[in-house]
Design a protein around this ligand. Structure first.
Ligand code: GDP
Ligand code: IMO
Ligand code: MG
Length: 423
């Protein structure tokens, strides 16, 4: 396997957690490299069902070491709770989880500002997860952030917090919110400092050496391509760089060291939050996809918007990330549809157009041109061999593979680890 980057090819929730848990069976390292607890990665295995927001999805394989890189923003309250939950399931975390001191902290004012910005935007809101992600990254790039390593120096932390509260409390007050008290934040963070200190380690050398030795490393993407801050449907995006190319600054890995990039896509499409969604089905089909696919957010519980697969988006995702393979998930959710549609390309004002040529606002106006497939009307749930798939399902998958020009390497037929076809 060597080093592989796993990237969500749609708007997040593609089943990355499930696929990474499957791949992690052979992994020396699993590395989360961007985002924060806006992510919710569901894993179902012999230990139970888990929704991981910060801990990498390799934690359930005893020999896998798990790294949280510099590219993340960390809500330590959530991280500590998650460590406790995983430990409660009998998983050893100590000595298997390492966190970069360069990761930035999500502070209480980031969560408040996230909510206040959304409220101010009214109908034009992004529909964030409310976890303080955007404000924390904004502080990082404007040199106002506080890093995990700085928390370990109590005096420095106090000084930096004081300077930030001077600013942030003015903003909070102006927006009608109560100011925050330094001593209360310090009390909480003193507790966090003690609890996370054992996990902090700069793993640059270890990780680079492991790549050079051809060890199995899975880089665990969060969110999905169309939530990328630059190439997604801005401003209906998240704050981090999601693409495979982000690994250099997000995890300290030179681009030529990564040869394998796996794109994960559902056999249809979903999106949570606001923003354009060309193949959305706001009708009985969308309702059926949501109901059968249990499409409710793993982080916020919000119902996901549902629609048909969009090959224009997948083609773009494949190109910009350099996908060398695809994992198609949730095939089983389509089992009972008599007709399945897939957007083959887009038309705008009567002409064929590409995703990247369109402004976000125009993406809401294009016409997806669909190809229709006969459904297979039989259960694929839990299948683990390619030969077991009905012929109509194979036709559907072959079409995707041909259009994207990337081989399908995994097909997922259920949320459990074993419900996977390795092609
Ligand atoms: P992630 O954010 O990409 O890791 O995806 P989420 O965990 O947020 O959402 C994926 C959901 O689909 C979870 O509830 C998974 O348990 C479930 N899931 C993953 N793969 C499959 C599959 O092949 N079939 C079905 N029915 N469910 C799946
Ligand atoms: P995983 O890793 C789906 C969406 C939010 C919102 C936008 C910005 O589980 O696939 P944010 O809180 O990041 O500022 O919200 O991004 N979003 C996700 N949607 N899956 C995710 O993660 C997401 N993380 C953020 O719904 O539209
Ligand atoms: Mg998710």
């Amino acid at each position: 396997m060597a080093a592989i980057v796993v990237i969500g090819a749609q708007w997040g929730d593609e089943g990355k957690g499930k696929i990474i848990d499957y791949l992690a069976a052979d992994a020396d390292f699993v590395v989360r490299f961007h985002g924060g607890n806006n992510a919710g990665h569901t894993i179902i295995n012999s230990k139970g069902k888990f929704s991981l927001h910060l801990i990498p999805s390799g934690i359930f394989n005893p020999r896998t070491k798990n790294i949280i890189s510099n590219g993340l923003v960390l809500d330590l309250r959530v991280l500590i709770k998650e460590i406790e939950e995983v430990e409660k399931a009998g998983i050893k975390v100590a000595g298997r989880l390492f966190i970069s001191p360069r990761a930035h902290l999500i502070m209480p004012y980031h969560r408040l500002l996230d909510a206040l910005y959304e409220e101010a935007k009214g109908k034009g809101k992004t529909g964030t997860t409310g976890r303080g992600i955007g404000p924390a990254y904004a502080d990082k790039v404007s040199y106002n952030g506080i890093r995990l390593g700085e928390l370990m120096n109590p005096k420095l932390f106090t000084e930096k917090l004081k300077a930030q509260l001077l600013l942030k409390n003015k903003i909070l007050k102006a927006l009608g919110s109560s100011p925050l008290k330094q001593h209360l934040i310090e009390k909480d963070f003193a507790e966090y400092r003690k609890k996370v200190q054992p996990y902090i380690l700069e793993t640059f050398e270890t990780l680079n050496n492991a790549i050079d030795k051809n060890k199995n490393i899975v880089f665990e993407g969060a969110q999905g391509v169309f939530l990328d801050n630059d190439w997604g449907t801005y401003p209906y995006v998240t704050a981090s760089s999601i693409l495979s190319g982000g690994l250099t600054h997000n995890a300290g890995i030179a681009p030529q060291k990564i040869k394998n990039v796996l794109g994960v896509a559902k056999a249809y499409t979903t999106r949570v939050g606001q923003g354009p969604f060309p193949t959305e089905q706001s009708n009985g089909i969308g309702d059926q996809l949501r109901e059968v696919g249990k499409e409710f957010g793993a982080t916020t519980g919000r119902p996901r918007r549902c629609g048909w697969l969009d090959l224009e988006l997948l083609r773009f995702a494949a190109k910009i990330n350099g996908f060398t393979g695809l994992a198609i998930t949730k095939l089983d959710v389509l089992d009972n549809f008599s007709e399945i549609k897939v957007a083959a390309y887009y038309e705008y004002k009567g002409k064929k157009v590409s995703y990247e040529s369109l402004e976000t606002m125009d993406l809401g106006k294009i016409k997806p041109v669909y190809k229709k497939f006969n459904g297979w009307k039989s259960s694929t749930k839990g299948l683990s061999k390619l030969g077991q798939l009905p012929k109509e399902a194979k036709q559907y998958l072959n079409f995707i593979e041909k259009q994207i020009d990337v081989p399908i390497k995994y097909i997922s037929t259920g949320g459990g680890r074993s419900e996977t076809i390795k092609v």
